[in-house]
Design a protein around this ligand. Structure first.
Ligand SMILES: *Cc1c(COP(=O)(O)O)cnc(C)c1O
Length: 364
């Protein structure tokens, strides 16, 4: 007898905890169930006794955690009879919305900041056949316009102000608790529009208060650490900012929509916000690739920059278990990666055995 069941996506797995009706047509690309990878080399290098896991959300179907929210948002949009969805995006929301809309057979409109979107994300959105509207403005301008146009045109907003987005995204916290058997001591993640930190906190809270449905249920909740780019750090400043700027385009946001939820997550969990320069973010991205073999996008590496700074300073004490969310896949942003490795030029030689041998021996 086999008790094998195929994983079919996060709505099926956590249906008892999600607002989906039994008859709904589920729009899924089998998202979620992403790996938790324990870092092996970096903790040793910094000489601290900590357990650091990365939750690699870059392994979702379109390469970012946005798919968790999008399976819910598009499932609900279809259930409600919507024929078109719209979002403002720094890239990953547009790729995800476009993919799930294609799957559902409805239309997607995406507003993106002109020239400030990573190449891979643009390629995805084009391939999934969304209608791309580039604006001469930033994400915050796009967000304002999306909210205004949704009042006038028959389109459903699938940004994280759509509450179903956070419902889907909270399942990442469930998976972490199911994996570890308990919540971590600290949860570190990048903060842009602040939907994700809000969703994780919602997930951890729900799992810690519910009884026996899932074996791993525990009362423990992590301290939430929200990390931002120095040029786009409204939570560190304590107020929205104009003209956010950072190499980490996924978090180039000055007016986060989930402001109150994110502040509640920080305060209720006893956590904090902090900010990192572009150089620090890129150094963390390189470190993780070079010493662990895990390639995330720049915004995602902010969680690593933050965790490492706070572990080194003792703010996160030895003996702690830490989970860092790697929000997106590094191959989405090849330009930044190649620029960063400009010194590591390929070795060019003749197509000749001796020359290859010499090139290898020179490097050993
Ligand atoms: C969307 C995104 C973020 C920011 O998440 P918010 O919910 O907007 O705070 C961070 N990293 C990546 C890769 C993203 O796509």
């Amino acid at each position: 007898m086999s008790n094998h069941t195929r994983y079919t996506g996060l709505i099926d797995r956590y249906r008892d905890r999600l607002p989906v009706s039994p008859t709904a047509r589920v729009i899924s690309l089998v998202e979620g169930n992403t790996p938790m990878i324990e870092l092996q080399n970096i903790p040793r290098m910094i000489g601290k006794d900590v357990k650091i896991y990365v939750k690699f959300e870059g392994l979702n179907p379109t390469g970012s955690f946005k798919d968790r929210g999008m399976t819910m948002a598009i499932t609900k949009a279809v259930e409600e009879g919507s024929k078109a969805v719209i979002c403002a995006s720094t890239g990953n929301t547009s790729a995800s919305a476009a993919a799930y809309a294609a799957r559902a057979g409805i239309k997607a409109f995406v507003l993106i900041p002109d020239g400030k979107i990573a190449l891979g994300k643009l390629a995805q959105t084009l391939m999934y056949n969304a209608t791309i509207i580039q604006i001469n403005g930033n994400f915050d301008d796009g967000m304002r316009l999306v909210k205004e146009v949704a009042e006038l045109a028959p389109v459903t907003i699938v940004n994280s102000i759509n509450p179903f987005r956070l419902e889907g995204q909270k399942t990442a916290a469930f998976e972490i608790v199911d994996d570890l058997g308990t919540a971590p001591d600290y949860h570190c993640l990048p903060v842009g529009n602040a939907g994700n930190i809000s969703a994780y906190w919602k997930g951890y809270k729900e799992y810690s208060t519910d009884s026996a449905t899932h074996k791993a249920v525990t009362n423990k909740r992590p301290v939430m650490c929200g990390y931002q780019a120095a040029g786009a750090a409204p939570f560190v400043a304590g107020h929205p900012i104009d003209n956010p700027e950072t190499v980490a385009t996924a978090i180039r946001i000055g007016r986060p929509q989930s402001w109150d939820f994110a502040i509640a997550a920080q305060q209720e969990s006893g956590g904090w916000f902090d900010k990192f320069t572009d150089d620090e973010i890129l150094a963390a991205q390189k470190l993780l690739s070079q010493y662990e073999g895990i390639f995330c996008e720049p915004a995602s590496a902010t969680s690593i920059a933050g965790a490492l700074r706070d572990i080194k300073s003792g703010k996160i004490p030895e003996g702690s278990t830490i989970v860092c969310t790697l929000t997106g896949n590094g191959i989405k942003d090849p330009d930044i990666a190649i620029k960063q490795c400009a010194d590591a030029k390929p070795i060019t030689i003749d197509a000749d055995l001796d020359a290859v041998k010499r090139a290898i021996l020179d490097c050993l």
